[in-house]
Write a protein that binds this ligand. Structure first.
Ligand SMILES: NC(=O)c1ccc[n+]([C@@H]2O[C@H](COP(=O)([O-])OP(=O)(O)OC[C@H]3O[C@@H](n4cnc5c(N)ncnc54)[C@H](O)[C@@H]3O)[C@@H](O)[C@H]2O)c1
Length: 272
């Protein structure tokens, strides 16, 4: 159901790779809610072809931008307001990639060059996009910026490896930049801490399927899926949440507040 929550708003959505991507669901919902958007992803993602297909399906433009490149981000935040006919009201950062996880390195044997790349792509890109967009004056007063994160920033989930620290940096940027953009332009910056979700980035993590089930059982509402995450993002992009900023907001069916689950402890609820 659409409520016209984003009627007349303009947005930039990073990270739609295929039909499973959380960003793909957000892009679709934003259009349903009345927004006009530009999609963006790394140049390599364009080679796979799915982003062009999605852009065509949604009737929007897609601009290639490596989120670690200031030149690419400058081009993006110059072009997007031109294409959309005005300054940007909302931005979704839905980007994550760990080189050490990809290369299956254990946490006590990490490669530090790869770690820096992981931080640059998964966290520093968030600062870069806000800094570039702000310097170019591409962001509208009263806008809203969201980055997706995971609870491993705050608690230990060993399989999440160096991404835990990447997400901790990401969440901190939301607080720090949230202050500056709030003071200057009443722009909110928040992170949404999402349940495990079956996507390319998610399923690249070792033991993901088992953990997905564990998390689902531990959460009183079960795991939150990508569609419900997109719904939540709509409320955060809308004016209804105009006083919410610098927060890490859990969208996880209650998982983050559970201590123990009686069913799992007694064995009534079995995992795998
Ligand atoms: N899937 C999960 O279980 C889960 C849970 C919590 C949070 N998240 C977060 O949600 C976000 C989206 O992930 P997803 O699960 O939809 O997976 P996904 O693989 O569909 O999306 C990750 C995106 O990052 C993009 N990307 C990688 N390097 C980039 C670069 N240099 N420049 C620009 N884009 C780049 C990829 O092309 C891809 O579109 C990530 O931040 C992820 O950490 C995912």
């Amino acid at each position: 159901m659409a409520y016209g929550l984003l009627k007349g708003k303009r947005g930039v959505v990073f990270g739609a790779l295929d039909e499973h991507s959380i960003a793909t669901h957000v892009a679709k919902r934003a259009i349903e809610e009345g927004a006009s958007i530009v999609l963006t992803n790394a140049p390599v993602a364009f080679r796979a072809g799915t982003i062009n297909k999605l852009a065509e399906e949604l009737g929007v433009e897609a601009i290639a931008a490596d989120a670690t490149s200031i030149d690419d981000l400058t081009n993006l935040f110059e072009k997007a307001p031109e294409i959309l006919g005005g300054k940007i009201d909302f931005v979704l950062h839905s980007i994550g990639m760990s080189v050490n996880i990809r290369k299956k390195r254990e946490y006590f044997d990490l490669n530090y060059d790869w770690m820096q790349k992981t931080y640059d792509i998964s966290a520093i890109s968030f600062h870069k996009m806000m800094q570039v967009a702000h310097k170019l004056d591409s962001l509208n007063e009263g806008g809203s910026i969201i980055a997706l994160t995971y609870i491993a920033a705050d608690r230990t989930f060993p399989f999440y490896s160096e991404m835990a620290e990447a997400k901790a940096i990401l969440e901190s940027y939301a607080r720090s930049f949230g202050y500056h953009l709030g003071e200057r332009k009443r722009i909110r910056v928040n992170t949404v801490s999402q349940s495990p979700t079956m996507t390319k980035a998610g399923s690249g993590v070792k033991g993901f399927a088992e953990f997905f089930e564990y998390s689902d059982k531990m959460s009183p509402l079960g795991n939150a899926d990508a569609e419900s995450c997109a719904d939540y993002c709509m409320t955060l992009f809308s004016d209804l949440t105009r006083m919410v900023t610098m927060q890490n907001l859990y969208h996880d069916g209650g998982f983050s507040k559970m201590g123990m689950h009686p069913g799992i402890m007694t064995g009534e609820l079995r995992i795998i």
